[in-house]
Design a protein around this ligand. Structure first.
Ligand SMILES: [Zn+2]
Length: 535
Protein backbone atom coordinates (compact mmCIF):
# COMPACT_ATOMS: atom_id res chain seq x y z
CA UNK A 1 0.00 0.00 0.00
CA UNK A 2 1.25 3.51 -0.71
CA UNK A 3 2.13 5.55 2.32
CA UNK A 4 -0.89 7.79 2.05
CA UNK A 5 -3.26 4.90 2.00
CA UNK A 6 -3.57 4.69 5.74
CA UNK A 7 -4.70 8.30 5.79
CA UNK A 8 -7.23 7.55 3.12
CA UNK A 9 -8.55 4.66 5.11
CA UNK A 10 -8.76 6.77 8.22
CA UNK A 11 -10.50 9.59 6.38
CA UNK A 12 -13.04 7.18 4.98
CA UNK A 13 -13.54 5.54 8.31
CA UNK A 14 -13.89 8.74 10.27
CA UNK A 15 -15.91 10.80 7.80
CA UNK A 16 -19.36 9.77 9.00
CA UNK A 17 -18.32 10.24 12.63
CA UNK A 18 -17.56 13.91 12.31
CA UNK A 19 -13.84 13.46 12.82
CA UNK A 20 -12.76 13.77 9.19
CA UNK A 21 -12.32 17.56 9.34
CA UNK A 22 -10.07 17.07 12.35
CA UNK A 23 -8.10 14.52 10.38
CA UNK A 24 -7.68 16.69 7.28
CA UNK A 25 -6.70 19.63 9.42
CA UNK A 26 -4.07 17.66 11.31
CA UNK A 27 -2.57 15.57 8.54
CA UNK A 28 -1.10 17.83 5.89
CA UNK A 29 -1.29 16.26 2.49
CA UNK A 30 -3.87 13.65 3.42
CA UNK A 31 -5.88 13.03 0.28
CA UNK A 32 -9.55 13.86 0.49
CA UNK A 33 -11.90 10.94 0.86
CA UNK A 34 -13.33 9.47 -2.29
CA UNK A 35 -10.32 9.65 -4.62
CA UNK A 36 -10.60 7.39 -7.63
CA UNK A 37 -7.51 5.41 -6.55
CA UNK A 38 -8.93 4.74 -3.11
CA UNK A 39 -9.77 1.10 -2.41
CA UNK A 40 -13.33 -0.07 -2.08
CA UNK A 41 -14.77 1.34 1.09
CA UNK A 42 -13.08 -0.39 4.01
CA UNK A 43 -15.13 -2.27 6.55
CA UNK A 44 -16.29 -0.18 9.47
CA UNK A 45 -17.08 -0.99 13.05
CA UNK A 46 -20.77 -1.84 13.21
CA UNK A 47 -22.66 -0.78 16.36
CA UNK A 48 -25.29 -3.47 15.75
CA UNK A 49 -22.64 -6.20 15.76
CA UNK A 50 -21.05 -4.72 18.88
CA UNK A 51 -24.42 -4.87 20.57
CA UNK A 52 -24.99 -8.45 19.46
CA UNK A 53 -21.70 -9.59 21.00
CA UNK A 54 -22.23 -7.69 24.24
CA UNK A 55 -25.82 -8.97 24.56
CA UNK A 56 -24.56 -12.53 24.46
CA UNK A 57 -21.42 -12.19 26.59
CA UNK A 58 -23.24 -10.12 29.22
CA UNK A 59 -26.40 -12.23 29.20
CA UNK A 60 -27.60 -13.71 32.49
CA UNK A 61 -27.12 -17.13 30.90
CA UNK A 62 -23.33 -16.71 31.16
CA UNK A 63 -23.63 -15.86 34.87
CA UNK A 64 -20.99 -13.17 34.86
CA UNK A 65 -18.23 -15.27 33.18
CA UNK A 66 -16.29 -16.08 36.35
CA UNK A 67 -12.88 -17.63 35.71
CA UNK A 68 -13.23 -21.40 35.58
CA UNK A 69 -17.04 -21.35 35.32
CA UNK A 70 -19.29 -22.83 32.65
CA UNK A 71 -20.24 -19.27 31.68
CA UNK A 72 -16.62 -18.35 31.06
CA UNK A 73 -16.13 -21.46 28.94
CA UNK A 74 -19.30 -20.69 26.97
CA UNK A 75 -17.94 -17.20 26.28
CA UNK A 76 -14.69 -18.76 25.07
CA UNK A 77 -16.51 -21.12 22.71
CA UNK A 78 -18.59 -18.25 21.36
CA UNK A 79 -15.55 -16.09 20.62
CA UNK A 80 -13.68 -19.04 19.11
CA UNK A 81 -16.63 -19.74 16.82
CA UNK A 82 -16.73 -16.09 15.77
CA UNK A 83 -13.02 -16.11 14.97
CA UNK A 84 -13.53 -19.21 12.91
CA UNK A 85 -16.40 -17.60 10.98
CA UNK A 86 -14.10 -14.67 10.20
CA UNK A 87 -11.51 -17.07 8.82
CA UNK A 88 -8.82 -16.35 11.40
CA UNK A 89 -6.26 -19.08 11.98
CA UNK A 90 -6.46 -20.86 15.34
CA UNK A 91 -3.49 -20.16 17.62
CA UNK A 92 -4.59 -22.06 20.70
CA UNK A 93 -2.47 -24.60 22.47
CA UNK A 94 -4.38 -27.86 22.31
CA UNK A 95 -3.27 -29.29 19.00
CA UNK A 96 0.27 -30.49 18.57
CA UNK A 97 2.20 -30.40 15.33
CA UNK A 98 1.27 -26.82 14.54
CA UNK A 99 3.31 -25.31 11.74
CA UNK A 100 6.09 -22.96 12.88
CA UNK A 101 4.88 -19.48 13.71
CA UNK A 102 5.66 -16.68 11.30
CA UNK A 103 5.97 -19.22 8.49
CA UNK A 104 5.00 -18.53 4.94
CA UNK A 105 1.98 -20.75 4.54
CA UNK A 106 -1.32 -19.84 6.07
CA UNK A 107 -2.63 -23.40 6.00
CA UNK A 108 -4.80 -24.72 8.81
CA UNK A 109 -3.75 -27.76 10.72
CA UNK A 110 -6.02 -30.77 10.56
CA UNK A 111 -8.52 -30.76 13.37
CA UNK A 112 -8.70 -33.65 15.73
CA UNK A 113 -5.55 -35.29 14.41
CA UNK A 114 -2.26 -35.81 16.23
CA UNK A 115 -3.76 -34.55 19.43
CA UNK A 116 -2.03 -37.03 21.68
CA UNK A 117 -4.93 -39.32 22.41
CA UNK A 118 -7.37 -36.60 23.38
CA UNK A 119 -11.03 -36.66 22.60
CA UNK A 120 -11.72 -35.46 19.07
CA UNK A 121 -11.75 -31.70 19.23
CA UNK A 122 -14.57 -29.45 18.13
CA UNK A 123 -13.72 -26.95 15.41
CA UNK A 124 -13.53 -24.09 17.90
CA UNK A 125 -11.29 -25.90 20.34
CA UNK A 126 -8.11 -25.17 18.48
CA UNK A 127 -8.54 -21.46 19.21
CA UNK A 128 -8.40 -22.29 22.93
CA UNK A 129 -5.10 -22.01 24.79
CA UNK A 130 -5.77 -23.71 28.13
CA UNK A 131 -4.27 -22.22 31.29
CA UNK A 132 -2.65 -24.29 34.02
CA UNK A 133 -4.74 -23.17 36.99
CA UNK A 134 -5.65 -24.62 40.34
CA UNK A 135 -8.32 -23.93 42.92
CA UNK A 136 -8.24 -25.13 46.49
CA UNK A 137 -11.47 -26.59 47.80
CA UNK A 138 -12.67 -27.83 51.17
CA UNK A 139 -14.12 -31.31 50.73
CA UNK A 140 -15.74 -30.78 54.15
CA UNK A 141 -15.33 -28.23 56.94
CA UNK A 142 -11.78 -28.32 58.31
CA UNK A 143 -11.66 -29.57 61.89
CA UNK A 144 -9.42 -28.30 64.69
CA UNK A 145 -8.99 -29.51 68.24
CA UNK A 146 -6.60 -27.82 70.65
CA UNK A 147 -5.44 -29.15 73.98
CA UNK A 148 -4.90 -26.83 76.93
CA UNK A 149 -2.45 -27.32 79.77
CA UNK A 150 -5.17 -28.81 81.99
CA UNK A 151 -5.42 -31.75 79.56
CA UNK A 152 -8.77 -30.73 77.99
CA UNK A 153 -9.28 -31.02 74.21
CA UNK A 154 -11.42 -28.17 72.78
CA UNK A 155 -13.22 -28.68 69.45
CA UNK A 156 -13.32 -25.48 67.39
CA UNK A 157 -15.62 -24.50 64.51
CA UNK A 158 -13.84 -23.40 61.34
CA UNK A 159 -14.66 -19.83 60.37
CA UNK A 160 -16.18 -19.08 63.77
CA UNK A 161 -13.56 -20.09 66.36
CA UNK A 162 -10.59 -20.09 64.04
CA UNK A 163 -9.50 -19.04 60.56
CA UNK A 164 -7.22 -20.83 58.11
CA UNK A 165 -4.80 -18.49 56.40
CA UNK A 166 -4.50 -19.46 52.72
CA UNK A 167 -1.27 -21.38 52.26
CA UNK A 168 -0.75 -24.45 50.15
CA UNK A 169 -2.68 -27.67 50.64
CA UNK A 170 -1.71 -29.21 53.97
CA UNK A 171 -2.21 -32.86 54.81
CA UNK A 172 -3.77 -34.04 58.07
CA UNK A 173 -0.93 -34.62 60.56
CA UNK A 174 -2.66 -36.10 63.60
CA UNK A 175 -2.10 -34.86 67.14
CA UNK A 176 0.93 -32.59 67.50
CA UNK A 177 2.70 -31.12 70.48
CA UNK A 178 2.51 -27.29 70.64
CA UNK A 179 5.42 -25.18 71.91
CA UNK A 180 5.12 -21.46 72.54
CA UNK A 181 7.45 -18.75 71.17
CA UNK A 182 7.20 -15.03 71.79
CA UNK A 183 10.39 -13.88 70.05
CA UNK A 184 12.49 -14.94 67.09
CA UNK A 185 15.09 -16.34 69.51
CA UNK A 186 12.39 -18.39 71.27
CA UNK A 187 11.28 -19.78 67.95
CA UNK A 188 14.79 -20.89 67.00
CA UNK A 189 15.12 -22.54 70.42
CA UNK A 190 11.86 -24.48 70.48
CA UNK A 191 11.27 -25.37 66.80
CA UNK A 192 11.63 -29.07 66.06
CA UNK A 193 10.50 -31.29 63.22
CA UNK A 194 6.85 -32.29 63.61
CA UNK A 195 6.13 -29.87 66.44
CA UNK A 196 3.51 -27.10 66.13
CA UNK A 197 4.32 -23.61 67.34
CA UNK A 198 2.14 -21.03 69.08
CA UNK A 199 3.33 -17.53 68.15
CA UNK A 200 2.08 -14.34 69.72
CA UNK A 201 4.01 -11.83 67.57
CA UNK A 202 2.31 -9.75 64.83
CA UNK A 203 1.86 -11.85 61.65
CA UNK A 204 4.21 -9.92 59.35
CA UNK A 205 7.07 -10.24 61.79
CA UNK A 206 6.51 -13.85 62.72
CA UNK A 207 6.19 -14.84 59.04
CA UNK A 208 9.68 -13.46 58.50
CA UNK A 209 10.96 -15.42 61.49
CA UNK A 210 9.57 -18.63 60.02
CA UNK A 211 11.56 -18.08 56.83
CA UNK A 212 14.90 -18.14 58.68
CA UNK A 213 17.29 -20.57 56.97
CA UNK A 214 18.14 -22.14 60.35
CA UNK A 215 14.58 -23.48 60.44
CA UNK A 216 14.73 -25.10 57.00
CA UNK A 217 14.89 -28.64 58.45
CA UNK A 218 12.50 -28.06 61.34
CA UNK A 219 9.86 -25.69 60.03
CA UNK A 220 6.69 -26.11 62.08
CA UNK A 221 3.90 -27.85 60.13
CA UNK A 222 1.28 -25.82 62.02
CA UNK A 223 1.55 -22.32 63.43
CA UNK A 224 -1.13 -21.07 65.83
CA UNK A 225 -1.58 -17.34 66.27
CA UNK A 226 -4.07 -15.31 68.31
CA UNK A 227 -6.67 -13.66 66.04
CA UNK A 228 -9.11 -10.84 66.65
CA UNK A 229 -12.45 -12.32 65.80
CA UNK A 230 -13.94 -14.86 63.45
CA UNK A 231 -15.96 -14.08 60.35
CA UNK A 232 -18.90 -15.47 62.29
CA UNK A 233 -19.73 -17.77 59.41
CA UNK A 234 -18.84 -21.45 59.57
CA UNK A 235 -16.72 -22.73 56.69
CA UNK A 236 -18.49 -25.34 54.59
CA UNK A 237 -17.38 -27.57 51.76
CA UNK A 238 -16.53 -25.43 48.74
CA UNK A 239 -13.86 -23.32 47.06
CA UNK A 240 -11.23 -21.69 49.26
CA UNK A 241 -9.18 -18.67 48.25
CA UNK A 242 -8.65 -17.54 44.72
CA UNK A 243 -7.77 -19.49 41.61
CA UNK A 244 -4.03 -19.39 41.04
CA UNK A 245 -1.47 -20.52 38.54
CA UNK A 246 -0.58 -24.19 38.99
CA UNK A 247 2.92 -25.08 40.12
CA UNK A 248 4.99 -24.62 43.24
CA UNK A 249 4.75 -21.30 44.98
CA UNK A 250 7.85 -20.22 46.89
CA UNK A 251 7.65 -20.86 50.58
CA UNK A 252 4.45 -22.89 50.62
CA UNK A 253 5.68 -26.25 49.49
CA UNK A 254 3.48 -26.06 46.46
CA UNK A 255 -0.01 -26.08 45.16
CA UNK A 256 -0.08 -29.04 42.87
CA UNK A 257 -3.13 -29.78 40.80
CA UNK A 258 -4.98 -32.77 42.16
CA UNK A 259 -2.55 -33.31 45.02
CA UNK A 260 -2.55 -32.76 48.75
CA UNK A 261 1.07 -31.72 49.19
CA UNK A 262 2.21 -30.57 52.57
CA UNK A 263 3.16 -26.88 52.72
CA UNK A 264 5.87 -25.38 54.88
CA UNK A 265 3.48 -24.17 57.57
CA UNK A 266 -0.26 -23.87 57.80
CA UNK A 267 -1.31 -20.87 59.82
CA UNK A 268 -4.36 -20.99 62.05
CA UNK A 269 -5.62 -17.97 63.95
CA UNK A 270 -7.69 -18.68 67.04
CA UNK A 271 -10.46 -16.40 68.21
CA UNK A 272 -12.18 -15.64 71.49
CA UNK A 273 -11.17 -17.20 74.79
CA UNK A 274 -8.73 -19.63 73.23
CA UNK A 275 -6.83 -16.74 71.62
CA UNK A 276 -6.17 -15.45 75.15
CA UNK A 277 -5.15 -18.87 76.43
CA UNK A 278 -2.87 -19.28 73.41
CA UNK A 279 -1.18 -15.93 74.11
CA UNK A 280 -0.78 -17.01 77.75
CA UNK A 281 1.10 -20.14 76.64
CA UNK A 282 -1.64 -22.52 77.78
CA UNK A 283 -2.12 -24.38 74.47
CA UNK A 284 0.00 -27.53 74.40
CA UNK A 285 -1.51 -29.75 71.70
CA UNK A 286 -3.23 -29.46 68.32
CA UNK A 287 -5.00 -31.77 65.87
CA UNK A 288 -5.90 -30.15 62.55
CA UNK A 289 -7.63 -31.93 59.66
CA UNK A 290 -7.66 -29.49 56.74
CA UNK A 291 -9.96 -31.42 54.36
CA UNK A 292 -8.45 -29.27 51.64
CA UNK A 293 -7.56 -30.35 48.12
CA UNK A 294 -6.20 -28.56 45.10
CA UNK A 295 -8.00 -29.16 41.84
CA UNK A 296 -7.26 -28.15 38.27
CA UNK A 297 -9.44 -25.38 36.82
CA UNK A 298 -10.58 -25.59 33.22
CA UNK A 299 -10.34 -22.26 31.42
CA UNK A 300 -8.58 -20.92 28.35
CA UNK A 301 -7.46 -17.89 26.46
CA UNK A 302 -8.96 -17.66 22.97
CA UNK A 303 -6.42 -16.83 20.28
CA UNK A 304 -6.83 -16.22 16.56
CA UNK A 305 -4.41 -15.02 13.93
CA UNK A 306 -4.79 -12.84 10.88
CA UNK A 307 -1.57 -13.64 9.09
CA UNK A 308 0.18 -10.65 7.53
CA UNK A 309 0.36 -10.35 3.75
CA UNK A 310 3.56 -8.33 3.61
CA UNK A 311 7.05 -9.56 2.79
CA UNK A 312 8.14 -12.41 5.10
CA UNK A 313 10.08 -10.22 7.53
CA UNK A 314 7.06 -7.91 7.87
CA UNK A 315 4.52 -10.73 8.13
CA UNK A 316 6.69 -12.25 10.85
CA UNK A 317 5.93 -9.20 13.01
CA UNK A 318 2.68 -9.03 14.91
CA UNK A 319 0.43 -6.65 16.75
CA UNK A 320 -1.49 -8.26 19.64
CA UNK A 321 -5.02 -7.02 20.23
CA UNK A 322 -6.38 -8.12 23.61
CA UNK A 323 -9.49 -7.87 25.75
CA UNK A 324 -10.53 -9.89 28.78
CA UNK A 325 -13.60 -12.06 28.55
CA UNK A 326 -13.85 -13.11 32.21
CA UNK A 327 -15.77 -11.17 34.85
CA UNK A 328 -16.67 -11.62 38.51
CA UNK A 329 -19.57 -14.06 38.29
CA UNK A 330 -22.55 -14.38 40.60
CA UNK A 331 -22.72 -12.11 43.65
CA UNK A 332 -24.11 -12.82 47.09
CA UNK A 333 -27.48 -11.15 47.71
CA UNK A 334 -26.83 -7.70 49.15
CA UNK A 335 -23.43 -7.33 47.52
CA UNK A 336 -22.77 -5.37 44.31
CA UNK A 337 -26.48 -4.65 43.99
CA UNK A 338 -27.41 -8.34 43.90
CA UNK A 339 -31.00 -9.30 44.73
CA UNK A 340 -32.84 -12.61 44.92
CA UNK A 341 -34.03 -11.94 41.36
CA UNK A 342 -30.65 -11.03 39.87
CA UNK A 343 -27.23 -11.98 41.19
CA UNK A 344 -25.36 -11.83 37.88
CA UNK A 345 -22.57 -9.28 37.60
CA UNK A 346 -22.93 -9.22 33.83
CA UNK A 347 -19.75 -7.36 32.94
CA UNK A 348 -21.19 -5.67 29.86
CA UNK A 349 -18.80 -2.73 29.95
CA UNK A 350 -16.15 -4.74 31.83
CA UNK A 351 -15.13 -6.17 29.46
CA UNK A 352 -17.69 -7.56 27.02
CA UNK A 353 -17.35 -4.13 25.40
CA UNK A 354 -13.62 -4.62 24.78
CA UNK A 355 -14.22 -8.14 23.46
CA UNK A 356 -16.92 -6.89 21.11
CA UNK A 357 -14.63 -4.17 19.78
CA UNK A 358 -11.76 -6.65 19.34
CA UNK A 359 -14.07 -8.95 17.38
CA UNK A 360 -15.11 -6.05 15.17
CA UNK A 361 -11.46 -5.17 14.55
CA UNK A 362 -10.88 -8.76 13.48
CA UNK A 363 -13.91 -8.64 11.18
CA UNK A 364 -12.91 -5.33 9.60
CA UNK A 365 -9.30 -6.41 9.00
CA UNK A 366 -10.32 -9.86 7.77
CA UNK A 367 -12.64 -8.19 5.24
CA UNK A 368 -9.31 -7.29 3.66
CA UNK A 369 -7.01 -6.26 2.09
CA UNK A 370 -4.82 -8.01 4.62
CA UNK A 371 -2.25 -5.84 6.40
CA UNK A 372 1.50 -6.36 6.00
CA UNK A 373 2.06 -7.35 9.62
CA UNK A 374 0.25 -10.18 11.32
CA UNK A 375 -2.37 -9.47 13.95
CA UNK A 376 -2.98 -11.78 16.91
CA UNK A 377 -6.35 -11.46 18.63
CA UNK A 378 -6.38 -12.78 22.18
CA UNK A 379 -9.42 -12.89 24.44
CA UNK A 380 -7.79 -13.50 27.78
CA UNK A 381 -9.39 -14.99 30.86
CA UNK A 382 -8.52 -14.42 34.51
CA UNK A 383 -7.97 -10.66 34.32
CA UNK A 384 -10.17 -10.18 37.36
CA UNK A 385 -8.13 -12.79 39.27
CA UNK A 386 -4.84 -10.96 38.69
CA UNK A 387 -4.23 -10.93 34.91
CA UNK A 388 -3.75 -14.69 34.92
CA UNK A 389 -4.61 -15.05 31.23
CA UNK A 390 -2.34 -12.33 29.89
CA UNK A 391 0.48 -13.54 32.15
CA UNK A 392 -0.02 -17.06 30.80
CA UNK A 393 0.05 -15.66 27.26
CA UNK A 394 3.42 -13.95 27.70
CA UNK A 395 4.80 -17.03 29.51
CA UNK A 396 3.92 -19.21 26.50
CA UNK A 397 3.43 -16.69 23.72
CA UNK A 398 1.42 -17.63 20.63
CA UNK A 399 3.71 -15.30 18.69
CA UNK A 400 7.40 -14.65 19.48
CA UNK A 401 7.72 -11.80 21.99
CA UNK A 402 10.70 -10.31 20.14
CA UNK A 403 8.59 -10.06 16.99
CA UNK A 404 5.59 -8.58 18.73
CA UNK A 405 5.55 -4.88 17.88
CA UNK A 406 2.81 -3.73 20.23
CA UNK A 407 -0.18 -4.72 22.32
CA UNK A 408 -3.40 -2.76 22.06
CA UNK A 409 -5.63 -3.77 24.96
CA UNK A 410 -9.30 -2.82 24.99
CA UNK A 411 -11.12 -2.22 28.29
CA UNK A 412 -14.48 -0.70 29.14
CA UNK A 413 -15.38 1.18 25.99
CA UNK A 414 -19.14 1.19 26.49
CA UNK A 415 -19.78 4.55 28.14
CA UNK A 416 -18.57 8.02 27.22
CA UNK A 417 -16.07 9.53 29.64
CA UNK A 418 -17.11 13.08 30.59
CA UNK A 419 -13.48 14.04 31.26
CA UNK A 420 -12.42 13.52 27.64
CA UNK A 421 -15.32 15.23 25.90
CA UNK A 422 -14.16 17.58 23.17
CA UNK A 423 -15.85 20.80 22.06
CA UNK A 424 -17.94 18.67 19.71
CA UNK A 425 -19.40 16.93 22.76
CA UNK A 426 -17.84 13.62 21.72
CA UNK A 427 -15.96 11.66 24.37
CA UNK A 428 -12.54 10.48 23.20
CA UNK A 429 -11.04 7.19 24.29
CA UNK A 430 -7.87 7.52 26.30
CA UNK A 431 -4.70 5.54 26.14
CA UNK A 432 -3.35 4.46 29.52
CA UNK A 433 0.29 5.45 29.96
CA UNK A 434 -0.02 7.76 26.93
CA UNK A 435 3.18 9.62 27.81
CA UNK A 436 5.25 6.46 28.23
CA UNK A 437 5.67 5.59 24.55
CA UNK A 438 5.51 7.17 21.10
CA UNK A 439 2.19 5.46 20.30
CA UNK A 440 -0.25 8.07 21.59
CA UNK A 441 1.46 11.04 19.98
CA UNK A 442 1.79 9.12 16.68
CA UNK A 443 -1.93 8.34 16.68
CA UNK A 444 -2.79 11.97 17.36
CA UNK A 445 -0.47 12.97 14.49
CA UNK A 446 -2.50 10.63 12.29
CA UNK A 447 -5.59 12.57 13.28
CA UNK A 448 -7.02 9.96 15.59
CA UNK A 449 -8.89 11.46 18.53
CA UNK A 450 -6.95 9.68 21.29
CA UNK A 451 -6.82 11.39 24.67
CA UNK A 452 -4.35 11.30 27.52
CA UNK A 453 -5.58 9.23 30.47
CA UNK A 454 -7.38 11.90 32.52
CA UNK A 455 -6.98 10.03 35.82
CA UNK A 456 -3.29 9.10 36.03
CA UNK A 457 -3.50 8.76 39.83
CA UNK A 458 -5.75 5.72 39.42
CA UNK A 459 -2.88 3.84 37.72
CA UNK A 460 -5.04 2.37 34.97
CA UNK A 461 -1.83 1.64 33.04
CA UNK A 462 -0.94 -1.10 35.52
CA UNK A 463 -4.53 -2.25 36.11
CA UNK A 464 -5.29 -4.13 32.93
CA UNK A 465 -3.78 -6.82 30.75
CA UNK A 466 -1.51 -4.48 28.81
CA UNK A 467 0.76 -4.54 31.86
CA UNK A 468 1.60 -8.23 31.31
CA UNK A 469 2.80 -7.40 27.81
CA UNK A 470 4.68 -4.32 29.03
CA UNK A 471 6.41 -6.51 31.62
CA UNK A 472 8.16 -8.42 28.83
CA UNK A 473 9.09 -5.22 26.99
CA UNK A 474 6.29 -4.99 24.42
CA UNK A 475 4.89 -1.49 23.88
CA UNK A 476 1.50 -2.03 25.46
CA UNK A 477 -1.37 0.30 26.30
CA UNK A 478 -5.06 0.06 27.08
CA UNK A 479 -7.65 2.05 25.15
CA UNK A 480 -10.61 2.84 27.39
CA UNK A 481 -13.34 5.24 28.43
CA UNK A 482 -14.09 3.32 31.61
CA UNK A 483 -13.24 5.91 34.22
CA UNK A 484 -16.63 6.62 35.74
CA UNK A 485 -19.03 3.82 34.97
CA UNK A 486 -21.26 3.77 38.08
CA UNK A 487 -22.06 0.11 37.34
CA UNK A 488 -18.44 -1.02 37.59
CA UNK A 489 -18.37 -4.51 39.16
CA UNK A 490 -22.11 -4.26 39.84
CA UNK A 491 -25.03 -6.48 38.89
CA UNK A 492 -26.29 -3.46 36.94
CA UNK A 493 -23.43 -3.63 34.39
CA UNK A 494 -25.97 -4.84 31.80
CA UNK A 495 -25.91 -4.67 28.00
CA UNK A 496 -28.71 -2.08 27.89
CA UNK A 497 -26.71 0.47 29.90
CA UNK A 498 -24.12 0.91 27.14
CA UNK A 499 -23.88 3.45 24.34
CA UNK A 500 -23.18 1.49 21.17
CA UNK A 501 -22.66 4.55 18.97
CA UNK A 502 -19.95 5.66 21.39
CA UNK A 503 -18.46 2.18 21.42
CA UNK A 504 -18.38 2.16 17.62
CA UNK A 505 -16.56 5.52 17.59
CA UNK A 506 -13.99 4.09 20.00
CA UNK A 507 -13.79 1.01 17.82
CA UNK A 508 -12.99 3.19 14.80
CA UNK A 509 -10.17 4.82 16.77
CA UNK A 510 -8.83 1.39 17.71
CA UNK A 511 -9.18 0.26 14.10
CA UNK A 512 -7.28 3.31 12.89
CA UNK A 513 -4.52 2.65 15.40
CA UNK A 514 -4.41 -1.01 14.45
CA UNK A 515 -4.34 -0.31 10.71
CA UNK A 516 -1.49 2.17 11.19
CA UNK A 517 0.58 -0.37 13.14
CA UNK A 518 -0.37 -3.42 11.09
CA UNK A 519 0.45 -1.69 7.82
CA UNK A 520 4.03 -1.36 9.02
CA UNK A 521 3.80 2.41 8.86
CA UNK A 522 3.82 2.89 12.62
CA UNK A 523 6.24 1.12 14.98
CA UNK A 524 5.80 2.56 18.47
CA UNK A 525 8.70 2.64 20.93
CA UNK A 526 8.91 3.14 24.66
CA UNK A 527 10.33 6.44 25.78
CA UNK A 528 13.65 6.23 27.65
CA UNK A 529 13.33 4.55 31.02
CA UNK A 530 9.95 2.95 30.22
CA UNK A 531 8.09 0.86 31.00
CA UNK A 532 8.27 1.55 34.71
CA UNK A 533 5.80 -0.84 36.23
CA UNK A 534 6.06 0.10 39.90
CA UNK A 535 3.63 2.57 41.36
ZN1 LIG B 1 -11.80 -5.03 33.01
Amino acid sequence: MPRASIHTLLALALAPLGWAPLLSAQVPGAPPAGLAEAPAEPARVDPALLERTVRYLASDELEGRLLGSAGSRAAAMYLAAELEKLGLEPLGGEISGREPLGGESGGREPLGGESGGREPLGAEDSYLAPLALVQRRFTAAPTLRVKTRDGTWHTLVAGVDFAVVPSGVPAALGELEVRTAATEEDLKQVAAAGVAIALSAPPARSRRWLEAPELAERRPPVVLVPGNRGSGRAIEAGPFGSITKAGPKPGTGGDVAGGTESPASVRLSLHGELAERLAAGEVVGVDFVPNLVSEPVDDSNVIGLLRGAGPPERAAEAIVVSAHRDHIGLQAVGRAGATEEDRVANGADDDASGCAVALELARCLAAGPRPARSVVFVFVTGEEAGMLGSRAYVDAPAWPIERTIANLNLEMLGMPDPLTKGEDGVSRPWLTGFERSTLGEALVALGLPVAVDPRPKLNFFTRSDNVSFAAVGIVAHTLSTGGENPNYHQVRDEWDTLDYAHMARCGEVALGALRAMASGELTPKWHAGEPRLGR
